[in-house]
Design a protein around this ligand. Structure first.
Ligand code: SAM
Length: 332
């Protein structure tokens, strides 16, 4: 039987806040129970039905949720269900579990599906400190821990733990950090053989490959930010090779003077994008011009293109792009 208490409302409310914060308002996928309390709350908060995606592993429960809320509840283990969801298709995954632990693969997959993941665990019979250490270790591998709270469950015992994990944020624009230009010279001695800021090539669906930069490493995977769209992903090592390709000066110089259309979603927050009020936009992209090679390297210095007169602005951007990145955004 369902139970309602203040903490549950706080969690639901934080999920709605994360949903409303995302400009694209993608759906919320979450565990509900047979009383469909979370569905009812989201509806009350104005979340449209199409964005409410409840899941429950019990057939009777999922039927009850569908009946009570009028929203079709997916009958599945949520851990399996999220593996079938497309990348970045949701704003929040809420794993409101009744169990005591979460697998790193599940958390990784949840962050693939949504930039915000809220997890609730029971601490039944576990030491709080040990569990928190364990959770921090898992989270570190796949994302950023935004908050951890402990609270009383329905038995009035403080044995519940809730935490929010965000996808690791990238810098302003991928590769805006100059240290990355040193990546070619880095001696790879990390556990994975790669180091943060290494330029890499990722094998991608069949014969395609995409260039990316390493953000984090673990024993079997590296977390990369893709040059083409700024998406952040953990990728198994078998798909990663070093990008040691160097380009001839002639080829590098050929991009100087070109216009680039850079997707605005590469800026992680709205606040950061407000600094570009003078820059021309084309759809959801910002227009820049490559003005020169950055210190004669394989990186480029850029300026915005004025939205008033289509001419290059005077102020140089304080980030640079590699040749591979520039090729992703160059306007043909
Ligand atoms: C804590 S309740 C969800 C409460 C709801 N979020 C709310 O705000 O009222 C979790 C429900 O999901 C079910 N459940 C737990 N783990 C699950 C899993 N991995 N897959 C599917 N259902 C699960 C439980 O049996 C229970 O019915």
């Amino acid at each position: 039987m369902a139970y309602e208490f203040q903490n549950k409302f706080l969690h639901r409310s934080s999920v709605v806040t994360m949903y409303k914060q995302s400009t694209t308002r993608k759906p919320i996928v979450f565990l509900d129970d047979e009383s469909a309390g979370a569905c009812a709350y989201f509806l009350e908060e104005g979340v449209p039905k199409r964005d409410i995606h409840p899941v429950n592993g019990g057939l009777l429960n999922s039927d009850a949720i569908t009946q009570a809320s009028g929203i079709e509840c997916k009958h599945s283990d949520i851990n399996d269900h999220i593996t079938s969801l497309p990348d970045d298709s949701h704003s929040v995954v809420w794993l409101d579990y009744t169990c005591t632990t979460i697998k790193v693969e599940v958390l990784r997959d949840a962050l693939r599906v949504a930039p915000n993941v809220s997890v609730t665990l029971s601490l039944r019979g576990m030491e709080r400190i040990d569990n928190e250490k364990h959770v921090r270790k898992i989270v570190k591998k796949v994302g950023t821990l935004a908050s951890v709270t402990y609270y009383k469950g329905k038995g009035e015992v403080e044995n519940m733990m809730s935490f929010i994990v965000n996808r690791a944020k990238t810098d302003n624009i991928p590769c805006h950090d100059d240290r990355r230009s040193l990546a070619f010279d880095t001696v790879a001695d990390g556990k994975s053989g790669f180091e943060v800021n290494d330029s890499v090539i990722i094998a991608w669906r069949g014969n395609t490959s995409l260039t990316a930069v390493v953000l984090e490493t673990s024993d079997d995977n590296v977390q990369v930010v893709f040059d083409c769209d700024g998406a952040v992903k953990w990728v198994p090592l078998c798909k990663v090779t070093s990008n040691r390709v160097t380009h001839a000066d002639k080829k590098l110089d050929a991009l100087v003077g070109k216009t680039l259309l850079v997707p605005s979603k590469l800026w992680p927050t709205k606040k950061e994008i407000t600094g570009y009020a003078d820059v021309k936009t084309v759809g959801k992209k910002l227009a820049f011009m490559i003005v020169k090679r950055y210190r004669k390297s394989n990186r480029y210095t850029l300026v915005g293109i004025s939205k008033r007169n289509d001419r290059p602005l005077h102020t140089k951007e304080n980030w640079t792009l590699t040749y591979d990145q520039a090729c992703c955004y160059v306007k043909m």
